[in-house]
Design a protein around this ligand. Structure first.
Ligand code: ATP
Ligand code: ZN
Length: 519
């Protein structure tokens, strides 16, 4: 038999872009510098005769107002210009209606992959499941996978028609059929499922480690992941290297014959993995997480030296920088300028809003109540995505709190029905996105029973009708809240949560934070 020549593959990867097409104020990361780095790595690899793939672990959407306001158009077009070959569809790709995701696929010149999302009506895969790449004499299969947690944390308004199937069984069925049809030399899963050390996924859906362990040994050669937004750098078997920092060495995880790699978040790093394929054996020659103009941490308190980059400065690609600057300017223009002010911090930290009542939650709910004339209101704590600092408030500050473009809805209902509903939603435990934030409502829990319910300081009257404000996410079942959208008395308005909060600051500034202190 003829000996196959030795083949080489370089895989470059990023994940969890979350709207970071532009660099931050300190000049860190950004797609233009990423392009320079990727081109250099790609050229070096090709000069050595390597096949090269550039892959993303998904979550391109949501996080930066300049991107969110433009439906991540600069991000998808930027990725196309950098030359991505494929990406996994992440849970945040469902923060917009499916029509937007379909448009994003049009903006991208590479496939958005997910093998385990099915259309409930047609029972067919809703997205392209995999791509086959042929470079040099290599055939490479790339399969996309999406966390089943999307069904839980995604927006029910947009994902109701989708079935998020178990990625493990989907992969176990799909890979053999791909092997039969294409006989790939290398099989890669690009996933948005999270890397949980030693498969300790806790309350999350199973992630990459469980996937690799559950499949036949080596069925996947590698997993290029996302979602947990950590650098996957190991100190030993099933032990994370907590000392990893920009510029340091990184050893990826390996489970059951499958390499698992993830490049933190936001394009802070480009992961680079060089593989050799010889006699059917794939081996990792070297691996690195290459920082994209990240600053080194300060060595000591009071160190006033200008920040040092962890890498030799990467000059941003001029053409891409100019292309993206137009979007950056357009986005910035829409959100700059003072819309109001507040005299103290409004608390929206995720370690607060998912545990206790906060002043920002009360301001948000008051804004929503005002916009629909409600007696009281609620939202789930996880929907509050940032704090508002004391001082001037801009639309940008508002959009950081409310990136999701939820609509304000309300329901008029009888005290008894309301009481039953409140019994359910007041029982959500802390430390979860579902944790209830409420305003103009008070109650006591006594051995699982709801007692002493007051609305606007009046005892709840079971025969009276009350109006409750709530956003469209929770009203349609988001965070496991009971569905209200099909009830009599339910009304959905066109006003968004961000708009209501903006209007509130315009009408009530300077806002006194103490007026909204949690009692
Ligand atoms: P990822 O890790 O993929 O970035 P994430 O950061 O959104 O996801 P969590 O931090 O666990 O994941 O946040 C999930 C919570 O965010 C949900 O429990 C919910 O409270 C809130 N959330 C998600 N989508 C929406 C939405 N469209 N509207 C309002 N709240 C949302
Ligand atoms: Zn995610």
């Amino acid at each position: 038999s003829t000996q196959q020549p030795v083949q080489y593959l370089t895989v470059l990867h990023t994940n969890d872009n979350h709207g970071r097409f532009w660099h931050n104020e300190a000049g860190e990361y950004g797609m233009a510098a990423r392009k320079t780095l990727v081109e250099q790595l790609r050229n070096e690899a090709r000069a050595q005769g390597h096949a090269v793939l550039l892959l993303s672990g998904g979550d391109i959407n949501t996080g930066i107002p300049e991107s969110d306001l433009q439906q991540a158009e600069p991000d998808f077009k930027g990725m196309s210009l950098i030359g991505y070959d494929a990406m996994a569809i992440g849970n945040h790709e469902f923060d917009n209606p499916l029509s937007v995701l379909d448009k994003q696929q049009q903006w991208a010149n590479f496939p958005l992959l997910s093998a385990n999302i099915y259309d409930k009506t047609t029972t067919s895969p809703r997205f392209k499941q995999y791509s086959i790449f042929k470079q040099n004499n290599l055939t490479i299969a790339v399969i996309g996978l999406t966390t089943t947690d999307t069904a839980k944390i995604g927006n029910p308004q947009y994902i109701g028609g989708l079935d998020f199937r178990d990625p493990i069984s989907v992969t176990a069925q799909l890979v053999p059929t791909i092997k039969q049809q294409y006989n790939p030399d290398i099989t890669i899963a690009i996933t948005h499922m999270g890397h949980y050390v030693d498969a300790s996924y806790g309350i999350n859906a199973p992630g990459d480690v469980t996937l690799a362990r559950s499949l036949p040994t080596g069925m996947l050669d590698m997993v290029i992941g996302g979602h947990s937004q950590e650098p996957v750098c190991m100190a030993a078997n099933n032990k994370i290297d907590s000392r990893f920092a920009a510029g340091k060495e990184c050893l990826p995880d390996q489970q059951n014959g499958t390499w698992i790699m993830q490049a933190h978040e936001w394009g802070k790093y480009v992961g680079k993995a060089e593989f050799k394929l010889e006699n059917g054996q794939l081996s990792l020659l070297n691996y690195a997480l290459l920082p994209v103009n990240l600053h080194l941490e300060k060595q000591a308190e009071g160190d006033n030296k200008p920040p040092q980059f962890a890498n030799e400065y990467i000059q941003p690609d001029e053409e891409l920088q100019e292309f993206l600057a137009v979007y950056q300017a357009k986005g910035a223009k829409q959100i700059a300028g003072k819309i109001g002010s507040v005299d103290a911090k409004l608390e929206g930290d995720r370690n607060k809003v998912r545990y206790q009542q906060t002043n920002l939650a009360r301001v948000i709910i008051q804004a929503q109540m005002d916009s629909v004339g409600a007696d009281f209101g609620i939202i789930s704590g996880g929907g509050i995505r940032d704090s508002i600092a004391a001082g001037e408030v801009s639309y940008k500050d508002i959009l950081k709190v409310h990136p999701f473009k939820n609509r304000i809805t309300y329901i008029d209902w009888q005290g008894q029905e309301l009481f039953d509903y409140l019994t359910q939603v007041t029982a959500f435990p802390p430390d979860a996105g579902a944790y209830l934030q409420y305003h103009k409502l008070s109650f006591k829990h006594n051995q699982g029973h709801l007692e002493q319910v007051f609305i606007n300081d009046q005892p709840l009257d079971l025969t009276k009708t009350y109006r409750m404000s709530i956003n469209s996410y929770n009203a349609s079942g988001g965070d496991g809240y009971p569905v209200l959208t099909n009830k009599a008395g339910f009304v959905s308005t066109d006003n968004t949560d961000a708009n209501a909060l903006k209007r509130f600051f315009e009408n009530n500034s300077p806002v006194k934070a103490a007026d909204y202190a949690a009692k």
